[in-house]
Structure formats: structure tokens, C-alpha cells
Design a protein around this ligand. Structure first.
Ligand code: ADP
Ligand code: MG
Ligand code: ZN
Length: 625
């Protein structure tokens, strides 16, 4: 959906039309000569018969056939018959008064014949071949025939149609890029004072945070040519292509200076060159990277060529790329904060009919950790929901539902879940919510639902903070882990059995506990030691341990200890609150979705006489872990 400005590419249909035209032309020119009236084939005896009866008026002889015209009464037909060895034929025809002739063999000059039979097919093949080649190389973006030609597209100002106004939040990134735009508008201002702008700026951040969008906005604002190419486009079929295209790209850029070169997804070519890969590994990519480095060193930045690049895997980039004089400026494009999310929602809501009641801040609060792309998606899903329900304005509840759609998938309305399983899910979710509510440093419950989602979740509890946090205390983290274990704890207390429903909780709790131990210095044993490194901070952020095997074993123990304690605490809290657990689970089972307010109202109301279906023997299961 990139608003790229390509040379108007002729659609395939255009070529079909040409071929069709040629076919028609041939038919129009040739068919008249062939297209005589319908000819009937008769036997020779029938011909002789017709001859005798005087029907035959004209005849044309060849060595093998006789084509003749018969007139019977008013009708006139053309017939053909095979030629039989018949010496009397001429005499008979003369007797019958037939006008007859034998055509000379068609006079094609030998040269023409040679042309037709030998040259024509070759010409056709060559033309067709060239056409196919061109098509192919167009598809490959470069390709065999355009060896050494880059297909970087030239963008001209405003043609991307994006400006900084389209990018919400990300103020620091915008400020950094505005400086570059300003430089391109008026390089002298900078030259006078002796300031040198960085040659390149690298936009780094998680997917969907608007890196590509920002680059397009720069193009829109700059009013200078904007060359854009994606790293993956460099990965070519033929050895040497990538390097050649880099060379060509920079050549073009220098001719058009001042201008901007944007390399999206630069990690595709800029990955670390390591010794292990050197032998026959990815030579092609390395050559491309080397060429890029050479070109970046080679050109004069003061001419006004600025190189932007974007990636979501900065840690995988070759250090040489990040050296001063190359991409020495790093522009972080992080996930938006609360204000940023609200701003992004508003930008995308601009073109959508929104009810006046819509509270963007509430939506922004509930979408902590989402990217700009997801927020844009939420607005769109909300609009789709409104249409589906036949309304012409988007309401708050549409957006609320859209959040869940985007984050947890669509409702699986058709899913048939047995009453028994529904009950288990209800207790599981209330377990989470109840433990969250009973701990002080824990985000308030916003919504609980047991409507299954296409993501596979059978239900979930949504907690929304009242405000945005940048720091989390140890207590908050531990409480979070406790809340995560509470679903399973509730299942144990009530049903004395455990289900697979806690898989995701377990995964999250473990990850959190591991982070506390290995990266946040929040364990008693290890203190402030970094024991793991993050491999790709913007893509899932999985880590690998950086410690000895013995330490690794102790880390595992520490992690297990944290989770075990959390689970025990959750069980404790629930056991002390059995009445509310039953009451709330029954309420949730009946309603399927309840809001945080409904939840709190019941939690804070005087206890009902508890339904005595599952009495005290919970302790047996509760302590097993
Ligand atoms: P990235 O390149 O960082 O992966 P994109 O620039 O492709 O992300 O963003 C995808 C889409 O998400 C954009 O087209 C835009 O609709 C939306 N988006 C992302 N960030 C923002 C933002 N800060 N302001 C407005 N829209 C945004
Ligand atoms: Mg992108
Ligand atoms: Zn759970």
C-alpha cells in the first residue's frame, strides 16, 4: 500500500489488446482472399454428371483439384472435386461450354519465399523474446537485461502524499528528521556556520511504529527527489546485481542532489558479516553491503544527499554501517506512549465518522503496548463493526470491541463450548481478576469475558492502568506474576484438577520472572548482574543466556522459586475469598462478559449466602505446588 510513484506501468491488458489488434489485422488482410463462398466437396462422377447436364459454368483446374461453379436454376454453388486422370476432360468441358482455366503456380519470388520461411520466424522469435525479457526484468526489478541499472523509483515532493501531519506522536523522531528536511531546503545556512549534517540517519524501532511512514513524510516535506528502495529488492537472482544496483542508485542520487535516498528494511543487506558465513555463505549480500559502504564513504555529504534507512533489527546490522560517517545518527521510533496513542487514534479517526461521545483517551489507555499500525487497524475495525450493525457513526463500544478484535482475534460466535468447560473458564478468569483486585500494586480490572476468540483464547481478563507507567517496581512485577498464576490456582481450588487453559499464563509468568532474574537485577541470589542478552529487542525480544552452565541452572531455580511463591500467594488470596470467587464466577458464566465496574460492585457488596456446591476441601489441591 505504499503510495509509490512509478512510471505509469502499462497493464497486462494493454499487451493483450495489441496482440488482438495484430490478429484482427491479419484476418482482415488475408481472410478476404481465402474467404470465398462456402465450397462443397463432390465426387468426380458427380462432377461429370453435372458437366453433362450443363450445370457447370466455370472451372479452375490445379494439378490435383477442380474447383467449379454450378448454376442450377437461380442458385449458384461452388464445389470442388479431386482430379482424376481423365484425358477427355478438356474435350468434355469444351462441349459443355464451360469457361475453364488452369492457374499458374502462385508466383512468389524466391527472395520473398526465403524471407517468409526463414527470416520471418526468426524476427518473430527475437521480438517475442525481447518482449518477454523486458517483462521479466521488470518483474524482477532490474533483471538480466538491465544489468547494472537500479530501479530505484524517483519520488518527487508531495507525491507520496504524506507529510509530518500524518505522523502522530514520535515527536523526537520528527524533530530529528525535520532538521534534515531543513538542511535540504537551505544547505547554506548550515554551511555558513560550519555545521555538517550526518550523511545518514537510521530509523530503528518495532514493526508498525511508522518508520516507513516517517520516511515518506520526509519526502513529502522535503521538496526534493526521493529515491526509495527496499533492502529485500537488493537480494537478486544474479551474482553481482546487488552491488551494481547500489552503484547505480548512488550515481543517480548524486546527479539529482539535493535529494534523499531511503533504504527500507536495510537489515536484508546490512546483516553482520561474520567469519562463519564467509565461506560460500552469502557472498552476494556481502558484496552488496561492501558496495553500499564504499558509496557512503565516497560521496560528498555537503552536496545534499541524505541517506535514510529503516530497520527493526538494529542489533543485527554490521558495525561498519553504524560507524561515524555512515549511519551515525540513530532515530528511535519507539512504540507510542499514552499521548502518542491518543494522537495516532485521532489522526486515523479524522476520515472516519465518529460519534461525539468517543473517548480516545480511554481507548489509548486500554491499548498500552500497541503500535501505530495496530491503532490504525483498531479504528478501521471499529468502523467496520459500525457498518455491520447498520450505524453511520462509530461509537465507543465499537472501538472497545475493535481493541479485542485486533489484540485477541475475532469472536468465535459459532464455537460450541460445553457448559462444564465454560464453568472452568469462568472460574479461571475470575481467579485472575480477583487476585488482581486484592493486590494493591496491580492494574484495575477493566473487563472480563469468556467469549472465545479466534486467537484460541477461551476467555480473558483485561486490566487497564489508570495512567501510563514507565517504571515497574519489583512489587508490581511480582503481583503481575501472581495474577498470572491465579487462573490455574482457581481451577485447582474449585475443580481439583488442572487444564491446558493456563499455557499462555505460564509462558508470560515465566518470561517475566526470567527477565526479573537475568536482566532487572531483582533476585536475591544474583543481584545486579546481567545474565542474558536480548537478541532482537524490537521483534519479540527473546533473550539468550550469557552465563556459565552452573549459573544457568541456578537461574532456573530462582525463576521456579518466584513462580512457586506467586502461585502459593494466589492460592492463599483465593482461598480467603471463596464466597466472592463463586459469586463472581456464577455472574460471569451467566453474562459471558462483565465490565470492571460490575466486577467491583459485586466484589465490594456484602457477601451473599455462598452457594455451597464445592465446599471446603479445596486445601488438598491448593498446596500441591
Ligand atoms: P514500520 O515501517 O515502522 O513497520 P509503517 O510506517 O509501515 O511501520 O506503519 C504502518 C502503518 O501504521 C502506517 O501506514 C500508518 O497507517 C500507521 N502508523 C504507524 N505509526 C503511525 C504514527 N506514528 N502516526 C500515524 N500512523 C501511524
Ligand atoms: Mg516499514
Ligand atoms: Zn489465564
Amino acid at each position: 500500500m505504499k503510495p509509490e510513484v512509478k512510471p505509469p506501468k502499462k497493464p497486462l491488458i494493454f499487451y493483450y489488446v495489441i496482440v488482438l489488434a495484430i490478429v484482427l489485422l491479419i484476418n482482415m488482410l488475408i481472410v478476404p482472399y481465402m474467404g470465398r463462398d462456402q465450397t462443397y466437396e463432390l465426387s468426380y462422377s458427380a462432377f461429370l454428371d453435372a458437366l453433362d447436364k450443363g450445370y457447370v459454368k466455370q472451372a479452375e483446374l490445379t494439378d490435383s483439384s477442380i474447383t467449379f461453379v454450378m448454376e442450377i436454376g437461380d442458385s449458384r454453388v461452388t464445389c470442388v472435386t479431386g482430379r482424376v486422370e481423365d484425358p477427355s476432360l478438356v474435350t468434355r468441358m469444351q462441349q459443355a461450354g464451360v469457361e475453364f482455366k488452369k492457374n499458374l503456380p502462385t508466383q512468389i519470388s524466391p527472395i520473398l519465399e526465403f524471407l517468409l520461411t526463414w527470416i520471418m520466424p526468426i524476427v518473430i522469435f527475437v521480438v517475442l523474446g525481447q518482449f518477454l525479457m523486458r517483462q521479466m526484468s521488470k518483474n524482477m526489478g532490474g533483471g538480466a537485461m538491465s544489468f547494472g541499472k537500479s530501479n530505484a523509483k524517483v519520488y518527487v515532493a508531495a507525491q507520496t502524499g504524506k507529510t509530518f501531519a500524518d505522523v502522530a506522536g514520535e515527536d523526537e523522531a520528527k524533530a530529528a528528521l525535520k532538521e534534515i528536511v531543513d538542511f535540504l531546503h537551505d544547505p547554506n545556512k548550515y554551511k555558513e556556520i560550519g555545521a555538517r549534517l550526518p550523511k545518514g540517519a537510521l530509523l530503528v524501532g518495532p514493526p508498525g511504529t511508522g518508520k516507513t511512514l516517517l520516511a515518506q513524510a520526509v519526502a513529502g516535506e522535503a521538496g526534493v527527489p526521493f529515491f526509495s528502495i527496499s533492502g529485500s529488492e537488493f537480494v537478486e537472482m544474479f551474482v553481482g546485481m546487488g552491488a551494481a544496483r547500489v552503484r547505480d542508485l548512488f550515481k543517480q542520487a548524486q546527479e539529482k542532489a539535493p535529494c534523499i535516498v531511503f533504504i527500507d528494511e536495510i537489515d536484508a543487506i546490512g546483516k553482520k558479516r561474520d567469519a562463519a558465513n564467509g565461506l560460500g555463505g552469502n557472498d552476494e549480500r556481502e558484496q552488496t553491503l561492501n558496495q553500499l559502504l564504499t558509496e557512503m564513504d565516497g560521496f560528498d555529504g555537503s552536496k545534499g544527499v541524505v541517506i535514510l534507512a529503516a530497520t527493526n533489527r538494529p542489533e543485527s546490522l554490521d558495525n561498519a554501517l553504524l560507524r561515524p560517517g555512515r549511519f551515525d545518527r540513530r532515530v528511535p521510533v519507539e512504540l507510542p506512549d499514552l499521548a502518542g496513542r491518543e494522537a495516532i487514534l485521532r489522526v486515523h479517526a479524522k476520515d472516519v465518522k465518529m460519534s461525539d461521545e468517543v473517548n480516545f483517551r480511554a481507548i489509548a489507555l486500554a491499548t498500552s503496548g500497541t503500535s501505530g499500525a495496530e491503532l490504525a487497524n483498531i479504528i478501521n475495525e471499529g468502523a467496520l463493526l459500525a457498518v455491520k450493525e447498520g450505524r453511520n457513526r462509530v461509537e465507543q463500544r465499537d472501538l472497545e470491541e475493535a481493541i479485542e478484535t485486533v489484540l485477541a482475534g475475532y469472536q468465535r460466535k459459532g464455537a460450541v463450548i460445553s457448559p462444564e468447560e465454560k464453568k472452568i473458564v469462568s472460574y479461571h478468569e475470575i481467579g485472575h481478576a480477583l487476585v488482581a483486585a486484592r493486590q494493591k500494586a496491580s492494574a484495575p480490572v477493566h473487563k472480563i469475558t469468556i467469549i472465545p476468540r479466534t486467537s484460541g483464547a477461551l476467555g480473558y481478563t483485561m486490566q487497564v492502568d489508570e495512567d501510563e507507567h514507565y517504571l515497574m517496581t519489583r512489587e508490581e512485577l511480582l503481583n503481575k506474576i501472581t495474577t498470572l498464576t491465579a487462573g490455574r490456582a482457581a481451577e485447582e481450588l474449585i475443580f481439583h484438577q488442572i487444564t491446558s487453559g493456563a499455557a499462555n499464563d505460564i509462558e508470560q509468568a515465566t518470561k517475566l520472572a526470567r527477565t526479573m532474574v537475568t536482566r532487572l537485577g531483582m533476585s536475591d541470589d544474583f543481584g545486579m548482574t546481567a545474565l542474558s542478552v536480548v537478541n532482537n529487542m524490537y521483534l519479540g525480544g527473546d533473550t539468550s543466556l550469557a552465563c556459565s552452565e552452573q549459573t544457568a541452572a541456578r537461574i532456573d531455580e530462582a525463576v521456579m522459586g518466584i513462580i512457586r511463591d506467586a502461585h502459593a500467594k494466589a492460592t492463599e488470596i483465593l482461598r480467603g475469598d471463596m464466597d466472592k470467587l463463586h459469586e463472581l464466577a456464577a455472574f460471569l458464566l451467566e453474562r459471558e462478559t462483565i465490565t470492571g465496574e460490575e466486577f467491583m460492585a459485586i466484589l465490594n457488596s456484602p457477601a451473599l449466602p455462598a452457594p455451597k456446591e464445592e465446599p471446603e476441601d479445596a486445601s488438598a489441591a491448593g498446596d500441591e505446588e
